[in-house]
Write a protein that binds this ligand. Structure first.
Ligand code: KG4
Length: 358
């Protein structure tokens, strides 16, 4: 367990102060936001406790959220220099995510909203990731006269959406099996790297030669199916690693470079297809969020794609905002508050399978 980040304080004109909570997976996250500015941002990661299981254990996640949540809420409020009475609203992630983990954050948000008589906002975790590049950014979506796309590449989801306007999304492509982060984690595991392995894989891939092995690009030539899929690539990677054993450091670097390269090439091909076949005349912006958005190689490839089609690509301003965090929940909640979308604390409930479109 470790504390990952503490945010900054801003002295800007008051917009809307929100205490935001996210316990959708294995991070206990609480933030205070003001409009799209982050006032404080605390993420308590449980990742090292789940590492020995090679993935997230829901019951352990729930217990650890229970143990930490009050402390994390307290730290976020103290870090903001505000009191809970200064908040205009409380926001909480209701899904998608692990049901019993979501329940911990929802329960606290509900109690705080009732106790302090605050408005409550229910947020979709995926919408938070899509809007995460707006946090602490000068980019205003109202400046965008043309279509915007949103791409989420995280441990739990890979999804490309058309942003009709903030709050209204249409799915253009989505995953059918493993999310990109999950696939990278599994590839890393085959190479004997720890969990979650995406960032370690990236470091090793930098030293490797991308063409040293041949791995199949998923759904090559069938991008029109508009799906992200990694099961075939994972099987091929598993066979290849077995055949290359014993694995030397050089082999691991090369395998990491090839696997990561093909996984990203698949994302770029599906995106290119969706851009070329978009019914809109012009796509102006692409917002990218989720844990894998921290990856430099993926950023490079997405920027290159953006250049090809004259699309501005926006990433979260800091790595603190790529992985799961509550600052992005506060940002999404701010736009919901502007639309007056509050929920009765008595009615708020978990939606583990929530879609971004509902
Ligand atoms: O958004 P996030 O916290 O996902 C969910 O919990 O859904 O992202 C976590 C994922 C993990 O799969 C992790 O391996 C991956 O993001 N990740 C990376 C990098 N940093 C984190 N993948 C590739 N390169 C990175 N630098």
């Amino acid at each position: 367990m470790r504390e990952k980040s503490i945010g900054e304080t801003f002295n800007e004109e008051h917009k809307m102060k929100i205490l935001a909570i996210d316990t959708s997976c294995d991070e206990t996250a609480v933030a205070v936001t003001d409009g799209t500015k982050i006032v404080s941002n605390i993420v308590w990661s449980q990742a090292s406790s789940h590492a020995k299981f090679g993935g997230v254990m829901p019951s352990l996640a729930q217990r650890m959220h229970e143990e930490r949540i009050d402390w994390v809420i307290d730290r976020a409020i103290k870090g903001s220099g505000l009191k809970i009475n200064n908040m205009d609203a409380i926001a909480v992630t209701v899904g998608p995510g692990l049901s019993i983990a979501l329940g911990v954050g929802i329960d606290r948000a509900k109690k705080l909203a009732i106790k302090y008589n605050k408005k409550l906002i229910a947020v979709n975790h995926l919408e938070g990731h899509v809007l995460s590049p707006l946090a602490n950014s000068k980019f205003e979506t109202s400046d965008s006269k043309f279509l915007m796309l949103g791409l989420v590449v995280s441990g739990g989801n890979t999804i490309l959406v058309k942003i009709n306007e903030i709050g209204s999304y249409e799915v253009l492509a989505q995953t059918t099996d493993d999310a990109l982060g999950e696939a990278l984690d599994k590839g890393a595991r085959m190479l004997g790297l720890g969990y979650p392995g995406g960032a370690t894989l990236e470091k090793l891939a930098r030293e490797g030669e991308i063409d040293s092995y041949k791995l199949p690009i998923p759904i090559l030539g069938q991008e029109k199916r508009r799906i992200f899929t990694y099961s075939g690539l994972k099987t091929a990677m598993s066979r290849l690693t077995e055949s290359e054993k014993p694995l030397t450091k050089r082999k691991i670097q090369n395998l990491a470079a090839c696997f990561q390269g093909v996984a990203f090439e698949h994302i770029i091909r599906v995106l290119r297809y969706c851009i070329v076949h978009s019914s809109e005349s012009k796509i102006q912006d692409l917002l990218v969020g989720g844990g894998v958005a921290a990856n430099i190689e993926l950023r490079k490839r997405l920027r290159r794609l953006g250049k090809e089609f004259d699309i501005s690509v926006h990433f979260p301003y800091s790595k603190k905002i790529t992985g799961d965090n509550a600052a992005m929940v506060g940002v999404a909640a701010y736009f919901k508050a502007k639309r007056n979308e509050y929920i009765d604390p008595v009615l708020v409930d978990r939606k583990p399978n929530a879609k971004i479109t509902n």
